[in-house]
Design a protein around this ligand. Structure first.
Ligand SMILES: C[S@@+](CC[C@H](N)C(=O)[O-])C[C@H]1O[C@@H](n2cnc3c(N)ncnc32)[C@H](O)[C@@H]1O
Length: 250
């Protein structure tokens, strides 16, 4: 990457970060050049800045978890418009904790649990809850293996959904810095992990809940077929008019 390919607004953000690190509005050239080199090496701007807003919460972000995407921010908007006062919420594949934190922000009375297979993500999510003064339980768990309760009225899962064969086509920003196990959904059109979650929910006989899944826009029908014993199954579009989410109720 060369400096011409970095947009001006990013250069401005790097300058501000350099000024913040150096504690000076004028003597920040060394810090700026270090940050610029990191960006030229394809490090995502969010990791360099260390913090980012997600809807209305402030998140610490680093290589322990995926950088939350705008599609997931829009999922929060959809949930907010569709769900009425959930009492117990489960966020599967919590990553930075972004969904859990926003759920706690929107529904402060609700009990919120976030689970992730990655201990690093759990650590970051816990730090983010502390940063925002929120009481959320984060558990390291392969899907629902370590989850004892079944008493959830809202389940949200943004699990990995990119087919394994497409991982190497991702941008260097993603490939070289973000945890790939947060993105790689396996070789069955990327729906393996989502399918395992749906099977596990069936097996554990959860009932009286609503579920939202973030998915690859090409495989919505496949995911819908897995939900044949649910009601009101619906594909929902993102802001780019792509079938990005599945809603269902049981
Ligand atoms: C696409 S990221 C989403 C992170 C975050 N929820 C967000 O929206 O930015 C998927 C997350 O699922 C986690 N994950 C992958 N396989 C899992 C499994 N079997 N059980 C629990 N979490 C899993 C990954 O570690 C990763 O943090």
């Amino acid at each position: 990457m060369d400096i011409q390919s970095i947009p001006n607004h990013e250069l401005e953000r790097l300058k501000q970060k350099a000024q913040e690190i150096s504690g000076s509005k004028t003597e920040y050239q060394n810090e700026y050049s270090t940050l610029l080199t990191r960006r030229l090496n394809h490090e995502p701007i969010q990791y360099i800045e260390e913090f980012m807003p997600f809807y209305t919460v402030q998140l610490k972000v680093d290589e322990r978890a995926l950088i939350p995407r705008p599609e997931t921010e829009y999922l929060i908007e959809i949930i907010k418009n569709k769900v009425v006062k959930p009492k117990s919420i489960l966020d599967v594949g919590t990553g930075s904790g972004c969904i859990s934190l926003m759920m706690k922000h929107l529904y402060p009375e609700a009990e919120v649990k976030g689970i992730d297979i990655s201990p690093f993500a759990i650590q970051l999510a816990t730090e983010n809850a502390t940063l925002n003064g929120m009481n959320i339980e984060f558990i390291q768990s392969d899907l629902l293996n370590e989850v004892s309760s079944s008493d959830f009225d809202l389940i949200i899962a943004n699990l990995p959904y990119i087919p394994s064969s497409e991982i190497e086509t991702l941008d260097l920003e993603v490939l070289n810095y973000e945890p790939l196990n947060a993105l790689d959904g396996g070789d069955n059109d990327g729906i393996n992990i989502i399918q395992n979650l749906i099977n596990q929910i069936d097996h554990k006989e959860y009932k009286d809940f609503e579920i939202f899944l973030e998915i690859d826009e090409r495989f919505g029908q496949k995911v819908i077929e897995l939900l044949n014993n649910y009601d009101d199954v619906e594909l929902i579009k993102d802001l780019a008019d792509k079938d990005r989410y599945v809603y269902a109720r049981r």
